[in-house]
Ligand binder design. Structure first.
Ligand code: 5GP
Length: 181
């Protein structure tokens, strides 16, 4: 792959095969847990779009889809602590079983904010499926019902995750070693 030759890319953290296997397992677990009450999948843009696309196809239920965009980073690679809704949902969450699909939880600030915000809209249930959770100091994140992988606290790209809009289409997750924007 041309992308592989990029000198800013470090070691692979989660391979394509591991992603495929884990996403399939998560899809099966969600299918079992939500039998008879298909959830509304709420994807957190932009990073979750690749994961959500694969996960949804691994769930054997008539799920719904909606998307939200929040900004907690701007273009920087460190948490700013500031979270704002850039695009809100189209759906009314009242009485719905909502499953938030997140790409990565680092400090947990983004997810804590989202959780509070969505809970206030009175869903029947609200759970989170995060593909990646970084090791590190105590997170603020609410309970994560589904987690793909726990990874070391390094800045990663690929499988939806970017640096200034690059690398989202890498089919695996790897360390980013380039200059921090
Ligand atoms: P948190 O609020 O949990 O610190 O950060 C969550 C958001 O920060 C994620 O949704 C993602 O957009 C971004 N983020 C956190 N860690 C990384 C990382 O290692 N790589 C990339 N590309 N984005 C990250």
């Amino acid at each position: 792959m041309v992308l592989d030759a990029d000198p800013d890319l470090g070691p692979v953290v989660v391979s394509e095969d591991d992603l495929r296997d884990r996403v399939a397992a998560l899809g099966k677990q969600i299918t079992d847990d939500y039998a008879g009450r298909p959830p509304l999948l709420v994807g957190v843009l932009k990073g979750a779009f690749v994961f959500m696309s694969d996960l949804a196809r691994a769930i054997d239920l008539p799920v719904g889809f909606d998307f939200m965009a929040v900004a907690s980073y701007g273009s920087a690679t460190k948490t700013s602590g500031v979270v704002r809704i850039v695009k809100d949902l189209d759906a009314d969450l009242g009485g719905r079983d909502v499953l938030v699909v997140e790409d990565i939880v680092d400090s947990g600030l983004t997810l804590s904010y989202l959780h509070r915000n969505l809970q206030a809209r009175n869903p029947a249930s609200l759970e989170v499926c995060a593909l990646l959770v970084k090791d590190g100091p105590e997170r603020q994140a609410p309970d994560l019902r589904y987690v793909g992988f726990r990874i070391p606290a390094e800045f990663v790209v690929g499988y939806g995750l970017d640096v200034e809009e690059r690398y989202r289409n890498l089919p695996y997750v790897c360390v980013y070693r380039g200059a921090q924007p």
